[in-house]
Write a protein that binds this ligand. Structure first.
Ligand code: ACO
Length: 324
């Protein structure tokens, strides 16, 4: 018997506090029009004092479970993508597991920065495919506001906090062409580019958390090239063409990157889920937050083919094709 994973539901959570570009311009030398023109961002959500990544992840996970009318104890694996864990250890996934009241199965974190959701989905899908998990909660949760240098205008305007989650369920693969589920995941990394995007601290080096540092132009250039390659590989692996894609649900780093990807695939921007204006870059959480937005407002419908793509620190990058 061979298995594949169906995505049965999704959920999301955003902290209550909204910080607009206008408010940002009272903190660093910037302005609304620079931020919007260069990035597409208008506002971002910021976690409250004492509100942790696991709180955001728990809320998103709960909303995904409620959407599928599932009991938490039916989950046998939790994979949490985050680069802003509550603590160095234990894994944020175990805190989410505890909050959900789950005592069995396994829970661990995956760290691939902005590609974290694609990585976590890939790990979860492979657990399902090899028969080691039946129902998996994939959570992506971030509080990037905690690792930003709030005096560095070139980075602090770009990020926000939030969380998204999906539930994957093992189904018997019948080999049918139109079977719903994860069609493929392709993940990549190249550690050569560490200095273009990193956090300048950590428990094993400085014993501090550190702050995010980025050479934006370098990241931009590589993002466009690498994600294009990952998309081509995904289409080829599934014998699909860009014309088969109903929705692109991209990582939300910069509207110009998103538009470049859509143009390359000849997709209209009406086929792209864009949330960067409202959420900014929520790192690993940005794809499931966008997915939730497209599903909850009825744009994404059963049977639609979705293309997910991301690029992040490492560099890491990847793509996923799935039939909703
Ligand atoms: N407000 C006003 N001016 C600013 C700001 C700001 N917030 N930030 C930078 N500037 C200035 C710079 O100082 C520079 O001024 P100068 O010309 O006088 O030197 C000018 O604006 C241009 O700066 P650039 O950095 O060259 O601007 P660019 O057009 O490249 O846009 C940006 C910067 C938005 C960061 C872009 O490069 C980008 O989006 N890069 C990709 C980021 C990305 O994809 N990240 C994803 C991964 S994130 C992760 O994994 C955590």
């Amino acid at each position: 018997m061979s298995y594949c994973s169906k995505v049965v539901s999704c959920g999301a959570y955003l902290p209550q506090r909204v910080m607009t570009n206008v408010e940002m311009s009272s903190m660093v030398e910037t302005d609304d029009s620079w931020i919007e023109k260069r990035t597409g961002i208008k506002q971002r959500h910021i976690a409250a004092e004492g509100e942790f990544t696991s709180d955001l992840g728990f809320a998103a996970a709960k909303s995904a479970l409620v959407a599928a009318s599932l009991r938490p104890d039916s989950i046998d694996l939790i994979v949490c993508a985050t680069s802003t864990p509550d603590e160095t250890f234990p894994a944020t996934a175990t805190r989410i597991q505890h909050r959900l009241g789950i005592r069995g199965g396994a829970a661990f974190d995956v760290q691939a920065v902005c590609s974290g959701f694609i990585y976590a989905l890939s790990v979860a899908d492979n657990f399902v495919r090899c028969g080691q998990a039946k129902r998996v909660l994939v959570v992506a949760a971030e509080t990037f506001s905690r690792i930003l240098d709030w005096s560095d205008r070139s980075t602090c305007v770009l990020f926000g906090d939030g969380a998204g989650a999906v539930v994957l369920e093992s189904i018997a693969s019948n080999g049918a062409d139109k079977q719903r589920g994860v069609l493929s995941t392709h993940i990549y990394s190249d550690g050569d580019h560490h200095d273009s995007l990193y956090v300048d601290g950590g428990p094993g080096s400085t014993r501090t958390t550190g702050f995010l540092r980025m050479r934006g132009r370098e990241v931009f250039k590589h993002a466009v090239t690498r994600m294009a390659e990952a998309i081509d590989t995904a289409l080829e692996a599934n014998a699909l063409t860009p014309g088969d894609i109903d929705w692109m649900v991209p990582h939300q780093a910069n509207i110009r990157i998103i538009e470049a990807m859509a143009k390359r695939l000849n997709l209209s921007m009406d086929q792209v889920v864009v949330t960067i204006d409202k959420h900014a870059n929520t790192s690993a959480a940005s794809i499931p937050l966008a997915l939730y937005s497209g599903v909850s407002d009825g744009r994404i419908k059963e049977g639609d083919v979705l293309l997910l793509e991301a690029m992040g620190g490492g560099f890491t990058w990847g793509s996923t094709l799935l039939r909703w």
